[in-house]
Design a protein around this ligand. Sequence first.
Ligand SMILES: [Zn+2]
Length: 130
Amino acid sequence: MSRCRCHSGKTEKRCCGPLHAGKAAPTAEALMRSRYAAYAKGMVDYVLDTTAPGPMQQDDRAAWADQVRQFSAGTRFLGLRIAEHVDGEEEAFVTFFCTLEQGGRDASFGERSRFVKVGGRWAYHSGQPA
Ligand SMILES: [Zn+2]
């Protein structure tokens, strides 16, 4: 049994696995966790497909995919802590802190992410440093 890459302590099957397989995320927090795990696993399409139209979506999908792929490959994903989840019907906010390392250097950061519903499913819209 492999532990989920979002550091929940659960098995992947009971955590982000079903979301990666196409199941809709029940909450914005669940989507956030699954996106972190997708970055850790290099699941580029999942990251792109769960990004809402807006400032973080790029027109050139191939170039965007390359950026995500490079970020994924060049980063060690060492920790994730959810600090706050403000739920809503069509909009939600998740504040998180992730522990990352790039080229042996600390690249950790915190973000307050905004999520919106797109076609009834949660998607990442944008974020501000937290
Ligand atoms: Zn997970």
